[in-house]
Design a protein around this ligand. Structure first.
Ligand SMILES: Cc1cc2nc3c(=O)[nH]c(=O)nc-3n(C[C@H](O)[C@H](O)[C@H](O)COP(=O)(O)OP(=O)(O)OC[C@H]3O[C@@H](n4cnc5c(N)ncnc54)[C@H](O)[C@@H]3O)c2cc1C
Length: 414
């Protein structure tokens, strides 16, 4: 199929994105191996959540795909690594992301259903805010308009439903009932494997065009189309195009342990939660799979290099978490820190994703800018990438365009 991918393939893709059955792994592998001598229809560089789902969607649509990663799927340096991620549909008035999250959810549910261990935990997501929070009311309006299940309550109702938490007078909240948490590393490694794409462990270079119009990407892999889903490394790989436009920032997450037998900090008693916290969002996940109660702050840390940043937690961040726990979850204020992780967001200037062509190359795509909220959208991003490759005429979503990626931080997507 290689260079001559047609619109008919696009139609095939539309049909192929129906949810997968258990046979995918075997059939995907067979298709991928049909790319001979290191030649593939598509080389996907980066086996994080965006690259893994892109490979999966492309393989499902019948393309031969190679998946290339310098360290391996969901490696410990990637943004997609670790235990858990929030999946929610609430994005205030930002319907683009609500719709993508809603589109992705059935893929996560189906993946989870066919895996030996869960990938998705339907724990629900609690959002709470001071009175009159516009983001909350816009989110509720979207959930209502789209027939999504949720519960809402004032401070008194919140106190009754979540007695292990503390709420200030006047605060209000709601719980998305269909969403919850994703098990990040497990999910990405499963999707990468299920795609059937041969995994090539190599550090890819920018594309080198061959005389036949294909691209040499890494380690003898040649492909008609290339997808660079390199997360926080995008600016390093394409400094002229993306330097200063995708900024990796240091982010710390902490897991605290409750007492043996105390079920108040695990589902179903506690959902995933996010506290508007006067615009300085604190969020966390209940104790999933005995990994402890997770807490993190959504503010951006200092800029870091994803290859070499120091991945030890800082005492100041642990102290901040304890202060927060003392206010909101007092019975955890003195709980032991049982583990933590330092990773990085890969921020675009405003939090919008990047899904656009590398200038001068019609068949080379830059995909990233997850900006601290990308994980849940992996299936929808992969589907979009596959649609672009199937249909050269498909317009780039303006918000995902390279042209809209600035160098001055002005976050507007949360
Ligand atoms: C602490 C933290 C909490 C988060 N919480 C949430 C959340 O609750 N909900 C949510 O939806 N999102 C969340 N996110 C955001 C989400 O995890 C990221 O946006 C998403 O994982 C980014 O995926 P990616 O595939 O773009 O990048 P990555 O996962 O970083 O993948 C990029 C891959 O490319 C590879 N690579 C790079 N350069 C090369 C090269 N030259 N050659 C070969 N391979 C290369 C890397 O090795 C890596 O594996 C969070 C992120 C962090 C860090």
């Amino acid at each position: 199929m290689a260079a001559g991918i047609t619109r008919r393939d696009g139609l095939k893709l539309a049909g192929a994105t129906a949810l997968a059955g258990a046979a995918i792994a075997a059939s995907g592998a067979a298709r991928a191996q049909s790319g001979s001598g290191g030649k593939f229809d598509v080389a996907v560089v980066g086996a994080g959540v965006f690259g893994a789902w892109s490979a999966w969607m492309l393989a499902r649509a019948g393309y031969s795909v190679a998946l290339i990663d310098q360290y391996g799927p969901a490696n410990a340096r990637a943004s997609s690594t670790g235990e858990s991620r929030v999946t929610r549909m609430s994005y205030g008035a930002d319907a683009v992301y609500s719709q993508m999250a809603a589109r992705s959810l059935p893929h996560w549910q189906a993946l989870s259903a066919r895996c030996a261990l869960p990938v998705f935990h339907n724990a629900g997501v609690l959002w709470f805010s001071p009175p009159g929070d516009e983001y909350m009311h816009q989110s509720i309006a979207w959930l209502e308009a789209n027939g999504r299940a949720f519960w809402r309550g004032d401070a008194q109702a919140l106190r009754e439903r979540f007695p292990q938490m503390r709420f200030a007078d006047g605060e209000e909240g709601f719980v998305e009932l269909e969403t919850g948490a994703l098990i990040a590393g497990r999910a990405v490694q499963t999707v990468a494997k299920e795609s059937g794409a041969p995994l090539v462990i190599a550090r890819a270079e920018p594309p080198r065009r061959q005389s036949d119009g294909r691209y040499l990407v890494a380690d003898g892999v040649v492909a008609a189309h290339v997808v660079y889903a390199c997360g926080p490394w995008l600016g390093k790989l394409f400094p002229d195009v993306l330097g200063g436009r995708i900024i990796p920032t240091r982010q710390e997450i902490m897991h605290f342990g409750s007492r043996p037998g105390d079920a108040r900090f695990a589902p179903p008693a506690l959902p995933v939660w996010a506290d508007n916290n006067a615009g300085d969002i604190a969020y966390g996940l209940p104790d999933l799979e005995s990994q402890g109660f997770k807490i993190a702050f959504d503010r951006h840390g200092p800029e870091v290099d994803p290859d070499s940043q120091d991945r030890r937690l800082t005492p100041a961040m642990v102290e901040l978490a304890r202060e927060y726990l003392a206010r909101r979850f007092p019975d955890l204020a003195a709980a032991p820190l049982i583990h933590g992780r330092v990773c990085q967001y890969e921020n675009s200037s405003n939090g919008d994703f990047l899904v656009d062509r590398l200038p001068g190359h019609d068949n080379v795509w830059l995909v990233g800018g997850g900006s601290g909220h990308g994980f849940k959208h992996g299936p929808a991003v992969g589907e979009l990438v596959a649609r672009h490759i199937a249909d050269a005429g498909l317009a780039v979503e303006p918000r995902f365009s390279l042209a809209t990626k600035g160098t001055a931080a002005a976050r507007s997507v949360y």
